[in-house]
Structure formats: C-alpha cells, structure tokens
Ligand binder design. Structure first.
Ligand SMILES: [Zn+2]
Length: 306
C-alpha cells in the first residue's frame, strides 16, 4: 500500500479495519542519500509497526534520523516509541506540544468518546499511554530546519488543532505535511479552549496558504494537489459556519445545545460531542472577539449577545 507522492516522499498507508473513522492516520517517509525521516508514526499496533519496518527494509534500510510528530494525538504518535526502539531515530516534537503528549491522563480533545462507550474509552486510554512513551529527543520551534540527506525539512508552527501543532515543509519537493490542519476529505475537528483554538486555526490555515506548496500531504485521507484552493475551501467553510452561528444567535438561540440542534438537525448521537465541540470552538472565538459572552460549559453553555 505504499505510494510515491513526490521524488523523495512515499506514503506508507496501512488500512486499519478497526479504526473507527474512514481514513486512518497517514505516515510519510522522506528519504535521500541513505537517510530518512518519518512524518507521523501512526498507531503502534503490530500490523502498522510491521508494515513500517518492512517498507524501511525494502527502501534499502536508510538510516532513520527522525520521527517527526505533527501533534500529540495518539493516532499520529502512539507508534513512535516502538519505531524509535527498532531504528534509533530521534523523535521530534514542537516544544509547545511536549506536555500534551507526556500527560496521557489529561483529556486532550482528540476523540471525544461518550461515557457509555466503555470499550472505546479503554482503547483510547491504552493508545494515549503508548503515545506518552514517545518522549521527544528534539524539541523544535517555528523555522527550525532538519536535514535528511541533501533535503531540508522546515518546521512550521501551525497551532489551533492543538497548541504545538507542527507542519513540515519539504522545500526540494514542494510538499507541505499538514498534520490534522488539513484532511484529504472533510474538515478537521477543532476543540474549544483549552485544547484547541478556532481563531489560531484559521490564522494557521492562512499561513499555510502562503507557503506556496505544490502538494499537501494531510494527516488523514488522500494527498491534495491544489493546496491554495483546498485551504481556501476550509477557510470558507469555517467562515460560513461562523456566519450561521452569528445569525442563529441574532434570531434568539441562546445555548450551545440549541445551536447544535439548529445546525445539525439529523445528527447521529455518536457525533453529538464532536458537533458540540465545533459549535463551542466558534463561540469561544466570538467571545474572544468581544461579540458574545459565555456562561457555563459544554452543551449547557449560555450565550449572551453583545
Ligand atoms: Zn489530531
């Protein structure tokens, strides 16, 4: 299931039957001159792990220098520790993401799993604990450059989905690794503060447009060939949602719950927490801009128009 997406980048796709969403996390191999880096580790299950090792061996066993984790969410990070043990690679994380990764007990706003789904919650706790073993060897900041063979991987701090979310730009191939800021299909979940920040997310998307990439390699789903247009669609989608929220508040809706009901009338119950999170993320952005005040929390949050 590997696919070469540019001269130096291969997508290491592992279809995971048990993954609850249609697109499992993407893992990309960047290789040049006998050296390599992996962007995101994917899960640490046997199937995923064996596949990564197999691909590295088939690629002539380049020296794996770096495992770069775009953000702490366990679908991107829980395979890193095992891969480091096997290869001696250094795990790279943005400095602002370290505490989030190393503290698996904290609710981190990745997959909001309802209380009654016990098995799914236990599974998530297991992956979080595995992810927390990926103590970073290298902490990067915006603008840092990592070298792999003759290639330059530029680290771009692009927060919003998480605080220390990292995008990586491979200048030689014009490939921007987008993490969960862009999904090949659909839109990323942006949690309300403290886990996510809608205003920062939109600012990050605009900054990503300015990189001038030829190809976007997203955290999930297929690669994107027209980055500027795709990112503009995401910005427009968020703006339309915000306009809708503002109009509903003007029409008298005054709780997060009533907004969710109006915006997603046919919602599958399992997606309720996710949908509520999206609405709250927009409300917190409006509050930060002085357009509303909020009282209470979660679905019961009350909205006072200003
Ligand atoms: Zn994520």
């Amino acid at each position: 299931m590997t696919e070469q997406i540019s001269p130096h980048v291969t997508s290491l796709h592992v279809p995971l039957a048990w993954f609850p969403q249609p697109y499992p996390p993407n893992v990309f191999l960047v290789a040049d001159g006998g050296e390599a880096a992996i962007i995101d580790s994917g899960f640490g299950d046997d199937e995923s792990y064996n596949k990564r090792i197999e691909v590295l061996t088939a690629a002539g066993a380049p020296k794996l220098k770096y495992i770069i984790i775009t953000h702490h969410h366990y679908d991107h990070s829980s395979g890193a520790h095992r891969l480091r043990e096997a290869t001696g690679a250094q795990i790279v994380l943005h400095a602002d993401e370290v505490d989030l990764l190393l503290n698996p007990k904290a609710e981190t706003g990745d997959f909001e799993i309802p209380e009654d789904q016990k098995e799914a919650r236990e599974m998530a706790a297991k992956w979080r604990a595995e992810a927390a073993k990926a103590t970073p060897d290298v902490r990067v900041r915006d603008g840092d450059v990592l070298r792999v063979g003759g290639l330059r991987l530029r680290c771009i701090h692009a927060p919003g989905h998480t605080d220390g979310h990292l995008c990586v730009y491979l200048e030689e191939d014009g490939v921007l690794f987008a993490g969960d800021n862009v999904l090949g299909v659909g839109t990323a979940a942006i949690a309300p503060p403290p886990h996510g920040d809608m205003a920062l997310y939109i600012a990050s998307l605009r900054m990503m447009q300015d990189v001038g990439a030829a190809l976007l390699a997203p955290g999930h789903g297929p690669v994107v060939k027209d980055p500027v247009r795709k990112i503009q669609e995401l910005i427009d989608h968020r703006q339309q949602r915000e306009d809708q929220v503002v109009a509903l508040i003007a029409s008298g809706k005054d709780t997060a719950k009533s907004l969710v009901k109006a915006i997603y009338p046919e919602l599958d119950k399992r997606l309720l927490l996710m949908a509520t999170g999206q609405v709250l993320a927009h409300l917190h952005k409006l509050q930060a801009e002085g357009k509303v005040s909020l009282e209470g929390s979660g679905a019961e949050t009350r909205i006072i128009a200003r």
